[in-house]
Design a protein around this ligand. Structure first.
Ligand code: BJ8
Length: 426
């Protein structure tokens, strides 16, 4: 195994704490992922990526920087990777999914802040995130109130925090605001990278990101098969790696995995027996290594066949039309694409509910498990009307609120199992 200590030291990581974090991550990965039976061969690539997620991938980022490329980190799927790639930059996701150093985070943030935000602060204060420390620019986007105010507190802790303002309605004016924010982001990227976005570089970037999204869409469609050829856990992992890996290599690996899964579907070779209860999970994004809920669900009675989440279909279901002969026209197409995202911070937000119904139907799911992080106002608020509407449409729905800790695992499992009984009777 390569020793990356020197690289981590040069990024300013706290080696002892970081070692402990990696050891915990490795154990969780072995227990949750490697213990699954009859996994697709194609998952070996993702096992490798995970084993090197703070090693080889970080080395690649360091090398990219040495070659003069900029590293742009973000916490939201509204930040267009296309624009980063168009200046030959590298885009990395920074959301964290572990309950780590929450005591530290709570010295700066109110206790009733969602785990996703606390985790980002815990990682920063604990000096354990090599992605964050590699970034030339960290993009904070004004979405929910928690994130908005947290970025104000984060500003002095990091170098080069850039705030992107986002609209919260779907009006024409809101779309114009989004386009203007993206235009300002181009300016920022051009300044920091010293490279100009051209029609050719932007078209190429759009095509690259489209190919990546097409690959995960292909995976999402394959999951309609019964028996399920891949677990929800493994599919989630692919969607999580989406935010960290090299886009070309990732696309290739996902397409290879899909080739294999299509053969499995033909041969009725499932990871769960035919007729296993099928559920869609909808709600807050699950960042690495947030695997708690999928693990509890899939170790109970059901297979997860889709994620209506930003780490899932909400983040990847739209492609960008490659149309336009100027950077401005291409930016219109990019804005059109991103303006579709139906995050719960938007009001009103009917398309999210419609799409949960559509997913349930096309993936032949018997029910929906709505997942909100505690203290996440947008998704908790939206979960009531979502549950009511789904139930009215004959789709059994279980609403869960949880955090990154394991204390409520037993209680969650009991509720998940009781929901399973209900689905069986359906
Ligand atoms: S587009 S879902 S990635 S904002 S869980 S921090 S909402 S209090 S993550 Fe998100 Fe962009 Fe929307 Fe997607 Fe706030 Fe809720 Fe915490 Fe959240």
């Amino acid at each position: 195994m390569t020793d990356y200590t020197q690289m981590w030291e040069s990024l300013g990581l706290d080696i002892k704490t970081h070692d402990a974090l990696l050891a915990g991550l490795g154990k969780a990965y072995t227990d949750i992922f490697l213990s699954q039976k009859n996994r697709p061969e194609g998952m070996k690539y993702f096992d490798f990526v995970m084993s090197e997620v703070h090693g080889l991938r970080i080395k690649e980022l360091v090398d990219a920087k040495e070659q003069g490329r900029v590293i742009i980190g973000s916490y939201c799927v509204f930040v267009p990777e296309e624009l980063v790639l168009a200046v030959d930059g590298v885009a990395v996701g920074l959301c964290a999914g572990a309950e780590f150093n929450f005591e530290g985070a709570e010295t700066l943030l109110p206790r009733n802040t969602c785990s996703l935000i606390k985790s980002a602060f815990g990682f920063k204060l604990g000096k354990v995130c090599p992605y964050l420390e590699s970034c030339d620019v960290i993009v904070g986007e004004n979405t929910c109130d928690g994130k908005k105010k947290a970025y104000e507190i984060m500003g002095p802790l990091v170098k080069n925090l850039y705030i992107m303002d986002l609209p919260q309605t779907k009006s024409d004016m809101a779309k114009a605001v989004l386009k203007e924010e993206y235009r300002k982001f181009i300016e920022k990227l051009e300044n920091v990278s010293g490279k100009k976005i051209t029609v050719a570089s932007l078209k190429k970037a759009v095509e690259l990101v489209n190919a990546k999204r097409r690959a995960v869409k292909r995976l999402a469609a394959i999951r309609a098969a019964d028996p399920a050829p891949i677990s929800g856990l493994d599919s989630l992992l692919v969607n999580q790696v989406f935010f960290h890996d090299d886009p070309v290599r990732f696309t290739d690996a996902v397409n290879k995995l899909c080739d294999e899964l299509e053969v499995r579907v033909k041969n009725h070779n499932g990871v769960f027996p035919k007729g296993t209860t099928r559920v869609v999970v909808s709600g807050c994004p699950m960042a690495v290594p947030n695997w708690k809920l999928p693990f509890l669900i899939e170790s109970s009675y059901a297979v997860i066949v889709g994620e209506e989440s930003c780490v899932g279909e909400r983040g990847s279901r739209w492609l960008t039309e490659v149309k336009g002969n100027t950077v401005d026209e291409l930016l219109d197409a990019i804005t059109d694409r991103y303006f579709n995202i139906d995050c719960a911070v938007f009001t009103p937000n009917p398309s999210r509910l419609d799409y949960i119904k559509e997913m349930t139907k096309k993936l032949h799911a018997q029910g929906v498990i709505h997942y909100s992080l505690q203290f996440c106002q947008p998704y908790i608020m939206e979960s009531g009307p979502v549950e009511k509407e789904l139930e009215k449409s004959g789709i059994p729905t279980l609403r869960l609120e949880t955090d990154y800790g394991m204390e409520d695992a037993g209680q969650l499992k009991t509720r998940i199992e009781a929901f399973g009984e209900r689905l069986k009777k359906k």
